[in-house]
Every structure is written in C-alpha cells, then in structure tokens.
Design a protein. Structure first.
Length: 278
C-alpha cells in the first residue's frame, strides 16, 4: 500500500512532541508586526504575546504561498492536507492551487485538501485522528471519509480574557469594548462552520472557565467522545483548571494541553482558553 503523508498549516497549535510522534508535516503561516515579518513559530510564544501586548496595532497573519505547499507535496507518498477554515484564511485556497499545480506534473498522485472549517486544537485533533488511521492501515479514501464524518461531531468553545485585540482590529467599538473589560466580563465563543461566534458571557475568569467547561459537558453527556484538547494563550493555569472541571464528569482516552500560537492568538488575545472535544 502506498504511504500517506499528513500535512497541515501552523494554525493547528499542536506541540512539538505530537508533531514528531505522528510525523506531521507543517507548512507555516507568516506573522507581521509592522515591517517585521516572521515565519509562524520563529518567535517564541511568550515573546509573541509580549510584542502583541505592547503593540498599538494588531499583528497581521498571512497564508503560505502555493509554492510552500508544492514543496511539502513532493515525494512518492499520497498526500492529505488539513487547513484552517477557508472562511478565516486564504490558506485553503493556496493549498488547493498547489494541488492543481502538482497534479499537472504528477497526475497519478493522490492529493486531498481538507477544509477543517475550524482552527487551533480542533484542527489539531483531526490531524491526530488522521495520523492514527494511517497507522492502522486505512486507505487514503477511508481516512478522508472518516474525517469528513467527524467534522459533524466536534464541539469547540473558548473564553476570551479581554476584547483588546477585537478593539484594535476594529471588530468591537472601543468604548463598548473597554466598558466590557472594565466590568470584568469575559466573552464565551463557539468555533465551527468557519466562524468564531460570541455566544455568551461570564463575569470573572473562574466563572468563564466554568461556563466553557459546562457547555462542553452538556454537549458530550450522551456521546462517545475520547479526545479532549485545551489550548491556552500564555495562561497554563486556566487550561489546567478547565481540565480539572471537565474531568469531574467525563473520562477521555487522550488529553492534550498546548499553547495557542500566533495565528489564532492574534484573534483571541492573551489570556484566552480554547477547549475542543472529539
């Protein structure tokens, strides 16, 4: 059976150990502070958050070029690529263009570009699942079919510590945003179908973590969910607290705690947590 290469972009927020364990190939996005442009991951995450905190303007992220994806497609393997939601980034389009270019040169090569319709650790969970399916000997088509089915079953929520980035990015009226921050209100978001939607709020950090954990628990109470992933924006203690609350009601075969990188971190701001189950 022909080997299958798993590729994703750097918005997946998977840590180095997982990337190496499952032999995942990463195509990085770019992040810019003014005239300074970095490959995603080139800045240490703590340095990224410090620079963002002290910047009057939001950093800008940009998708990899089709050439970068073309390079990752090279080799004898068939290829499955997972990208951040196409509604959030041009990365999917770049990967798709690279696929068409590669197939012109190698028409017998199998290449699938999957729009995860999400990002961060929810995207990462799909990638880990695909890598496990490949290890089990599933065919190219079987891996894709299984992932497409799972896309309907994920739940992905988060809590934003501050609306500072939303204010800087012009998504929230500055006066309203500062008032919400002053009242210590934390916005609860749901990520899915290519959207990041504010769905609720809570006063104070502890209440917001409890609310996110509660929403996750409610959604999975009757399902068979085996993977819990929590990402944090430079606030590990919040991630540990969320894990503690969720594990009071549910057991998981796999628990992942990782950091939110510069792609999603640009939108969430420092202090956010994201929780995904699959």
């Amino acid at each position: 059976m022909k080997k299958i290469k798993i590729i994703t972009d750097s918005s997946c927020d998977l840590n180095k150990d997982i990337i190496e364990k499952y032999n995942i190939n990463i195509v990085p996005l770019n992040v810019s502070f003014g005239e300074d442009t970095y490959i995603d991951g080139e800045l240490d995450k703590s340095e990224f958050y410090e620079r963002m905190r002290n910047s009057k303007e939001l950093p800008k992220t940009s998708c990899p070029s089709p050439d970068k994806f073309m390079q990752s497609y090279e080799g004898d393997e068939d290829v499955i690529i997972f990208t951040i939601a196409s509604a959030l980034s041009g990365t999917y389009s770049a990967a798709l263009l690279a696929k068409n270019m590669m197939l012109e040169e190698n028409p017998n090569k199998k290449i699938a570009v999957i729009d995860t319709e999400t990002g961060s650790i929810a995207q990462g969970q799909f990638i880990i699942k695909a890598a496990k399916l490949v290890e089990e000997g599933k065919t190219f088509e079987e891996v894709i079919d299984e992932i497409e089915k799972l896309k309907k079953d994920k739940f992905f929520y988060g809590s934003l510590e501050t609306l500072e980035n939303a204010i800087k990015g012009g998504r929230v009226n500055p006066l309203a945003g500062k008032l919400i921050n002053a009242l210590n209100m934390k916005v609860i978001i749901k990520v899915g179908d290519g959207e990041v939607k504010p769905i609720d709020s809570a006063r104070g950090c502890n209440n917001s973590i409890k609310k996110v954990a509660g929403k996750i628990s409610d959604m999975i109470s009757n399902g068979n969910y085996t993977s819990l992933a929590i990402a944090h924006a430079n606030c590990l203690e919040k991630a540990e607290k969320a894990k503690e609350i969720i594990l009071k009601n549910h057991d998981f075969e796999e628990i992942i705690i990782t950091e939110i990188g510069s792609v999603m971190g640009t939108y969430t701001s420092e202090g956010a947590i994201l929780v995904s189950v699959l």
